[in-house]
Write a protein of this length. Structure first.
Length: 339
């Protein structure tokens, strides 16, 4: 008897609906060639919800997510005004304790990148740091933000990264700014060293974050698994996505002990709304990561192989890849390659 997974799909804002729908088509094509069923349920979330619900994450959507096996989240617009709701991604990370943000960074065929053989993963602590949002105004024109770093959160994300390194090339780099942020990054560094004791086979080195931004340009092929705190990881993984060719190919996962959410790294690009112009591959690869996390590794590989086949052919290329194809055209090409 085949297994059924309930997936909550959040279409989001801007280009979110079109890249999410593209991914659903690819997931359904993989499902048709596999021995499992997907029950895809749609939930409302994003800035467009605020006028109607007073929030970007309605309670009804949260209830849907609680009953599901995983969440596929489209890109969403986060208002920048003071007092506006925090981002949906941050809310869900906290609510479901999705403490590890996982962003693979690898080169693809026929996609221009700085180096031809890049293949590393940035693991970012997902629940605290400067993204705790603990800010206050001390006086007019004087504000403070708290960078909250705890041993427990640092240890669990470090252990997650070490386990990932054991499945790959057994090399882990932890990134910090411990020469300046001696207390907070001292806690993070100590936690990594504690986790390291369980994984003596893993080669470990460390790197200051400013040096890391340089090394990603100079020798990105040197790295395997990198682990860091929240803000540093956000910045570095976006840089890494561009080093490997395009944000349009960059997928991310938010993983906890019992639940996970998957999304593209890029934003909602409102200026392209409804134009069928944007590359959906980042969201499609996020869907493949979701299947892999659910244990459907063969189906995940079908999607990855189909993406690589389309890119290798180079006939259907969206604007970010130097072509003129529509998002729907590259989606159809990927669907046609799923075996």
């Amino acid at each position: 008897m085949s297994k059924t997974y309930t997936i909550v799909a959040l279409k989001g804002d801007g280009i979110g609906p079109e890249v999410t729908e593209a991914t659903v088509k690819v997931l359904q094509a993989a499902e048709a060639k596999s021995d499992f069923k997907l029950n895809i349920v749609y939930g409302e979330a994003g800035a467009h919800c605020i006028p109607q619900y007073g929030t970007n994450l309605p309670a009804e959507t949260v209830e849907l997510i609680k009953k599901s096996d995983a969440c596929l989240k489209g890109p969403m617009t986060t208002p920048e005004e003071a007092g506006a709701p925090v981002s949906v991604a941050v809310t869900l990370r906290r609510m479901f304790n999705l403490y590890a943000n996982v962003r693979p960074c690898k080169t693809f065929p026929n996609v221009e990148s700085l180096k031809p053989n890049i293949d590393f993963i940035v693991v970012r602590e997902n629940t605290e740091g400067l993204y705790s949002g603990a800010e206050s105004l001390l006086a007019p024109g004087v504000g403070i933000a708290l960078r909250i770093i705890t041993h427990d959160a640092s240890l669990r994300v470090a252990e997650f990264a070490f386990k990932l390194a054991m499945q790959r090339r057994k090399h882990l780099t932890y990134i910090h700014k411990g020469n300046i942020l001696r207390i907070t990054d001292g806690i993070f560094k100590d936690a990594v060293k504690e986790a390291q004791k369980k994984y003596p086979e893993v080669e470990v080195d460390d790197l200051h974050v400013d040096a890391a931004t340089m090394q990603f340009i100079k020798q990105p092929e040197k790295y395997d698994v990198l682990v860091t705190t929240n803000l540093f990881g956000d910045i570095l993984s976006d840089e890494a996505a561009q080093v490997t060719g395009s944000l349009g190919l960059a997928a991310g996962a938010n993983i906890g002990d019992s639940y996970a959410m998957f999304e593209p790294v890029h934003g909602s690009a409102p200026k392209y709304t409804g134009m069928d112009r944007v590359n959906p591959i980042a969201t499609i690869l996020a869907g493949a990561m979701m299947l892999d996390w659910l244990g459907e590794k063969a189906a995940a590989k079908k999607i990855e192989d189909a993406v690589v086949a389309v890119l290798t052919e180079g006939k259907v290329r969206t604007h970010d890849l130097g072509g003129q194809a529509k998002g729907s055209e590259i989606t159809a090409a990927i669907v046609s390659k799923i075996q």
